[in-house]
Write a protein that binds this ligand. Structure first.
Ligand code: MN
Length: 382
């Protein structure tokens, strides 16, 4: 069988690492063309030994030099130009975009322009530029396969897209589901990073605690599945077993279930439309799962979710502003500069003062992103 050629952007992150676990279980099915990562050189070395890619791209020239001396049979690249080379390399049949934050946008667009299918784990790309990304992918006949577990679930539940009337996105509720607003206002970085169900990167873990992650996922779902915001419902489901669901016009609901694991959505995106044995997870056990609870999200405690709906409905550059303000505020929280609650307050303030631009092009999106981040940093450093 011909191997499917894949490259991974963000290979040393949480999703990238798990993708390599999936791929290395199936060396006859997948071949890794390129690995792209930041500067975690130890982990890159380990991954090179493990899967022997053709090209490796790191962030800094200094680390590229080190790797060049160690692996003279590999093509070692660095920086934006290296990333560009990898994203436009037509040897790729698919690129897994598993970087975190706004840095995912440009490489995703470059890969789409080159006609390469995308497995998308970076939700910020669609939050910032969903209209453009989905339109260009359509024009180029490029598939955008969601890796985010909720969107993978929805993708797996949709047979006839025209018959779908509603999407139901589940949320674990994060570490503060049963806490009071006062507890949330006093939350430390450590408490916030302690997610009850999923082990993920830092940025997304903070977003999960504020439910901004769910808000970004609503916007992501709006673009991926072309669904009005009114018809996207968030429901809190603490067991994280129902990964999301689709409601059809006849009232029938189809949900996707399983014990929490990112291996399944990663593998499904890489192997779609086939399902492979790959990483063998235990068979699902309804008795072991025992009960599935559902509740309304508490928008008083988690107002970021409301902000995301408002920004999404307003459209234009509002979602760019939402994403940039939130991301900068999350970094400031992780740096100990602001409280968890300030993430909401800052994002709200930025949205209230935002002058919307409808149907922005990529340059406008990048500019608005930059302007918002500068404003947030100024506000924090006052
Ligand atoms: Mn998710």
């Amino acid at each position: 069988m011909k191997k499917k050629k894949i490259s991974i952007l963000g290979s040393t992150g949480s999703i990238g690492t798990q993708a390599i676990e999936v791929i290395s279980k199936m060396p006859d099915v997948f071949e890794v063309v390129s690995l792209c990562a930041g500067d975690n050189i130890e982990k890159i070395r380990e991954q090179i030994r493990y899967i022997r890619p053709k090209n490796v791209c790191v962030k800094s020239q200094a680390n590229a030099q080190i790797l060049k001396q160690e692996y003279n049979d590999l093509n070692i690249l660095y920086g934006d130009s290296g990333l560009e080379e990898i994203c436009t390399d037509k040897e790729n049949e698919m690129i897994l975009v598993s970087v975190s934050g706004k840095v995912g946008l440009k490489p995703t667009l470059r890969a789409i322009e080159s006609g390469i299918d995308i497995a998308l784990a970076n939700k910020e790309t669609l939050v910032m530029a969903g209209d453009i990304v989905m339109r260009r992918a359509g024009e180029k006949n490029v598939k955008i396969l969601p890796v985010d577990s909720e969107h993978s679930a929805i993708h797996q539940c949709i047979k006839n897209a025209e018959d779908v009337q509603r999407l139901i996105i589940t949320a674990s509720g994060g570490p503060f589901r049963n806490k009071t607003i006062d507890d949330i206002k006093k939350a430390t970085v450590e408490e916030t990073l302690h997610h009850p169900k999923w082990n993920m990167g830092k940025k997304i873990t903070i977003d999960s605690a504020t439910l901004m992650n769910k808000g970004l996922e609503v916007i992501e779902a709006h673009h991926l599945f072309n669904m009005d915001y009114e018809n996207i419902k968030v429901v809190v489901h603490p067991q994280s077993i129902v990964h999301s669901a689709v409601e059809y016009y006849d009232g029938s609901v189809i949900a996707q279930l399983g014990f929490p694991s990112m291996h399944i959505p990663i593998q499904y995106a890489l192997s779609y439309p086939k399902r492979l044995k790959g990483i063998k997870t235990d068979s699902f056990d309804f008795v072991k799962a025992a009960r599935l609870d559902f509740e309304e999200p508490d928008l008083e405690k988690f107002p970021c979710l409301k902000l995301a709906y408002e920004a999404g409905k307003a459209g234009g550059t509002y979602t760019v502003c939402l994403n940039a303000a939130n991301e900068e505020a999350v970094f400031a929280f992780l740096n100990g500069q602001i409280s968890l609650w300030r993430i909401y307050e800052i994002t709200k303030e930025m949205l209230e003062n935002h002058k919307n631009i409808s149907s922005p092009d990529i340059e406008t999106i990048i500019e608005q992103d930059k302007i918002t981040r500068e404003k947030v940093r100024k506000l924090i450093n006052l």
